[in-house]
Design a protein around this ligand. Structure first.
Ligand code: MOS
Length: 707
């Protein structure tokens, strides 16, 4: 086998992106295209009366869509991940920034101008705007957010020699991908075509078909290039449906592109979580109990709950375990998955608590984690592979952990306090059914098709590498087409599962094509050596124009037998100014065992990105609500802070080689999300080490350190 898979080759779509030839959804133009601009509510709970008379008379306006004239659709959530959408079907407002009208005009500027002329009168209704005041309930939806009870955690905790029992808070965060959400919708009779910034065209097709009462075959969804999704583009949100409704209303194609402030509206966010983590341990640091209770928010009309506590059934072993998940309904929009939903927040709580346990027992934080390593998950299933120890050791070595004096406030750099922190990481290996087509052309080149979307991670590149390797072709001879629901089925690029799913399908389809070529060569594998010219000659001799390899790949039995997860470790070094309370991350090392790495360059990018997200989560990101009105106060990138280059030090990812025969045909575990898991905890633990101050509610801002 050639060394193509794993090679750190440049992105095959890199040139298209840097030259601007890659067209994103907002850049799609169609003949007769009209421009929609949403008018968003300025109340969190009300009945809205929309007065659009002035807007309708404004220059260039084609229509103003309100609950009075909007087409009727079925906007309820049906399938997994489907959201219930409030799309002008009634005059109720249930959250700040809910769309209450859409102005459609002949240019974007005229639509924007007219949108400002829409007057909305609100009759206020009771609003649940305070997390603390909202009643808790147990969500019906399960998924990974299930409760788990093993042994008797309460009793074990009561008897434990050493105890840590704390509450950790992660605030609301918004995804803020560089590319805003955008939809271009076009009707041709009863056939709907949508160009959509989405992580999954099949999911979007299913939801749109259901919403408009169409067979799925009457809907086509195209999503060729995505400028970041992070879970925010994993569901269909109101603007996509509204664009299609507006296109129906005005009988022209309609484009809706969200502004940055609108990205804080109806397109999902990471919910606030309040987590109690209680650890019981012997004086040797071995865990005897873990209690992990999560309370999170959802909307008043829909339910979303991430598997926040799931990490506590995987990362360490304990004989006694209690995990619970509860929700509170608020008049805010419906939250959704955001990079490592569950583990991102769960790891902040668990890995902060482990650091607190390390101090309570006087055991080094790495040694404490090694002592609590486990070969089975909480259900007793063995891990298909598990590189936690290797990641902790390799990371500690590279990071220089041995230089750390464990006493808080003991290390200094001039007048700055120095802190070093560590955290463990894990994320599940998901996989869904996927199909693929690999067509070999008469000239010996190949075409790969999958409906999977490259959300910026490098799917175009690694899928090309997989097909090229199986066919013995250079990557230049393999053309790849993704992101079109007309192509073979693939799941969302979410849950770190697209490569495992569609990548496996592409490998099997390429093997199918190769088998057909071999049959043509009567089993003489030597006839395939020599790349495209050899394959072309073989096909010419055999009298065939094209060869099609197809596959339907799905999870095998091993998914039941084994617990499948990636593991890793995060190391942060900080400098804290004791006078100002400012924190700078000056070094960051992370190490992951995530199965086979298909492209070391794109993989490193994911790990670096995860660390950058960890810096944002630990120190900067927080969506602020006015608790009196339920309105967002910082819906822009000036006041919602994300890490910029000056906030990001050198990040050194370490790839732990891992050969896992159980996970899937290509041995990959998924790398898009584990990079953020534990990253905020490592930074928070470093801040504690530097300052002696334990901040348990993110982000760690100067005022909290000076308090
Ligand atoms: Mo990911 S947050 O499941 O797109």
């Amino acid at each position: 086998m050639s060394a193509l898979v794993g090679a750190p080759i440049d992105r095959v779509d890199g040139r298209l992106k840097v030259t601007g030839a890659a067209k994103y959804s907002a850049e799609i133009t169609l003949p007769g295209l009209a421009y929609g601009v949403m008018v968003l509510s300025t109340a969190a709970s009300a009945t809205a009366q929309v007065d659009a008379d002035a807007a309708r008379r404004a220059p260039g306006v084609i229509a103003v869509m309100t609950p009075q004239n909007a087409p009727r659709v079925d906007s309820g959530g049906k399938g997994a991940g489907d959201r219930t959408l409030m799309v002008l079907q009634d005059d109720l407002v249930r959250y700040d920034r809910q769309p209450v009208a859409v102005v459609v005009a002949d240019t974007f500027e005229r639509a924007t101008d007219a949108a400002a002329m829409v007057r909305v009168r609100y009759t206020a209704a009771a609003a649940a705007t305070r997390f603390d005041a909202a009643a808790e309930y147990k969500p019906a939806s399960g998924g990974r957010a299930v409760d788990k009870h093993k042994g008797d955690a309460a009793a074990a905790l009561a008897q434990a020699a050493v105890k840590v029992d704390r509450t950790y808070v992660v605030p609301v965060e918004h995804h803020n991908p560089m590319e805003p959400h955008a939809t271009v919708a076009q009707w041709d009779g009863d056939h709907l075509t949508v160009y959509e910034a989405t992580q999954g065209v099949m999911n979007t097709r299913r939801k749109l078909a259901q919403t408009f009462g169409l067979p799925e075959s009457s809907v086509r969804v195209v999503s060729k290039f995505i400028g970041g999704g992070f879970g925010g583009k994993g569901s269909v949100w109101p603007h996509a449906v509204l664009a299609a409704m507006a296109a129906k209303l005005v009988n022209r194609p309609v484009k809706i592109v969200l502004s940055r402030p609108q990205m804080f509206g109806s397109v999902g966010f990471r919910p606030q979580t309040v987590q109690r983590v209680a650890l019981g341990a012997g004086s040797d640091g071995r865990l005897t109990a873990i209690v992990h209770e999560t309370s999170a928010q959802t909307s008043v009309f829909d339910e979303f709950m991430a598997g926040t506590g799931a990490i506590s059934s995987v990362l360490y072993g304990t004989p006694n375990l209690t995990i619970t998940h509860r929700l509170r309904r608020l008049n805010m929009s419906t939250p959704t998955s955001m990079r490592a939903p569950g583990e991102a927040c769960g790891s902040f709580a668990l890995e902060s608590a482990m650091d607190e346990l390390a101090y309570a027992t006087g055991i080094d934080p790495i040694e404490l984690r090694l002592r609590n390593d486990t070969s089975v998950d909480a259900d007793g299933r063995p891990f298909s592979s598990r590189a936690l120890r290797e990641a902790l050791r390799a990371g500690a070595e590279r990071f220089g952990w041995s230089r750390r004096d464990p006493r808080p406030r003991s290390m200094r750099d001039g007048r700055l306090l120095v802190g070093m922190g560590v955290a463990g990481a894990t994320y599940p290996t998901h996989r869904s059914a996927a199909s693929a087509l690999v067509r070999v052309n008469a000239d010996g080149s190949a075409l790969v098709q999958s409906s999977g979307v490259d959300i910026g991670t490098g799917a175009y590149t690694v899928f090309t590498q997989i097909a090229a390797e199986q066919l013995g072709l250079p990557v230049e001879q393999v053309r790849i087409e993704l992101g079109d629901s007309a192509f073979p089925n693939a799941p969302n690029a979410g849950g770190s599962q697209l490569t495992a799913s569609a990548g496996s399908a592409i490998k099997l389809a390429a093997l199918d094509a190769r088998a057909k070529l071999l049959a043509l060569a009567r089993g003489d594998a030597a006839a395939l050596i020599g790349g495209a010219p050899a394959i072309a000659a073989l096909m010419r001799t055999g009298g065939v124009e094209t060869i099609e390899g197809r596959s339907d790949a799905k999870p095998g039995d091993d998914a039941q037998k084994y617990a499948m997860h990636s593991f890793g470790a995060q190391f942060a070094e900080v400098r804290v100014d004791p006078n100002l309370g400012t924190v700078r991350v000056v070094r960051f090392v992370n190490a992951f065992g995530a199965g086979r790495i298909l492209n070391e360059k794109t993989a490193r990018s994911q790990y670096i990105g995860g660390a950058v997200w960890g810096i944002g989560m630990a120190l900067l990101e927080q969506t602020r609500y006015d608790e009196r009105s339920g309105r967002i106060m910082n819906a822009n990138l000036a006041e919602y802070l994300v890490p910029v280059n000056a906030d990001v030090p050198a990040i050194e990812p370490i790839i732990i080689p891992e050969d896992d025969p159980h996970v899937n045909e290509i041995g990959v575990k998924g790398i898009g999300e584990i990079g953020i898991v534990g990253a905020a905890a490592a930074i928070a633990n470093a801040v504690y080490h530097a300052t002696g101050k334990r901040v348990r509610d993110l982000p760690i801002t100067p005022e909290k350190l000076l308090a």
